[in-house]
Design a protein around this ligand. Structure first.
Ligand SMILES: [Cu+2]
Ligand SMILES: [Zn+2]
Length: 173
C-alpha cells in the first residue's frame, strides 16, 4: 500500500509522525524500589490528536507463566516527581484532567503498558489534550493494571516510575 493511500484511510501515517520532531518528552525514572526502570515518552501534535510514543525498560519482569506485568499509565496533574519511601512520587497527585470527567475519562488516562520481560513499547492516539496543555505535568507508571472502573484513579496501585513532561521546542515557548 502506498503511503498516500494509507494516509487517506486513517488520517495520519504513523511512521511519518514518528520521524517528525516531537514537541514534548518525558524521561521516566524508577523510584527507589525500581532503580532499573528508565523510559522515554514522546508527544507529537497532529491534526487528529496527540500521538504518544512510549518506550520503557527495566519494568518488573514476569516470574513465570501468566505473570507478565500490565502497568497502569497516566498523565498526572502534579508538576514534579517528589515523594517519600512510603508514598513514592506523591507530588504527582491525581490524574490530569481538563474537563472534570470521572476515571477513565480523565484527559490524562492512557492505555496501560504491557511488559515484555521488562520492556514495553507503545504508540497510540489521544485527542483528550493538546501537547501544550500537558507540558509541565507528570507521566506515571503504576505497578498494577488500571481497572478502568474504580474511582478516582482505576486502583492501579503504587507509583513505580515518574517523569516531568518537557517542551522540546526550545526557549521562548
Ligand atoms: Cu497514575
Ligand atoms: Zn483517570
Amino acid at each position: 500500500m502506498k503511503e498516500t493511500e494509507f494516509k487517506n484511510h486513517v488520517g495520519l501515517y504513523l511512521p511519518s509522525v514518528l520521524c517528525s520532531r516531537a514537541q514534548a518528552a518525558a524521561f521516566l525514572q524508577g523510584g527507589e524500589s525500581f532503580p532499573d526502570i528508565a523510559g522515554t515518552v514522546l508527544f507529537y501534535q497532529t491534526a487528529v490528536g496527540v500521538v504518544v510514543f512510549a518506550e520503557v525498560k527495566g519494568l518488573p519482569a514476569a516470574s513465570g507463566p501468566c505473570t507478565e506485568g500490565v502497568f497502569g499509565f497516566h498523565i498526572h496533574q502534579g508538576t514534579d516527581c517528589g515523594g517519600s519511601m512510603a508514598e513514592p512520587f506523591a507530588d504527582a497527585m491525581q490524574h490530569f484532567d481538563l474537563a472534570d470527567c470521572p476515571h477513565p475519562y480523565h484527559s490524562g488516562d492512557l492505555p496501560p503498558l504491557f511488559g515484555n520481560n521488562g520492556l514495553a513499547i507503545a504508540a497510540f492516539l489521544t485527542n483528550r489534550f493538546c501537547v501544550d496543555e500537558v507540558i509541565g505535568r507528570t507521566v506515571i507508571i503504576h505497578d498494577h493494571p488500571d481497572d478502568f472502573t474504580s474511582q478516582p484513579s482505576g486502583n492501579s496501585g503504587t507509583k513505580i516510575a515518574c517523569g516531568v513532561i518537557k517542551s522540546l521546542l526550545g526557549p521562548g515557548r
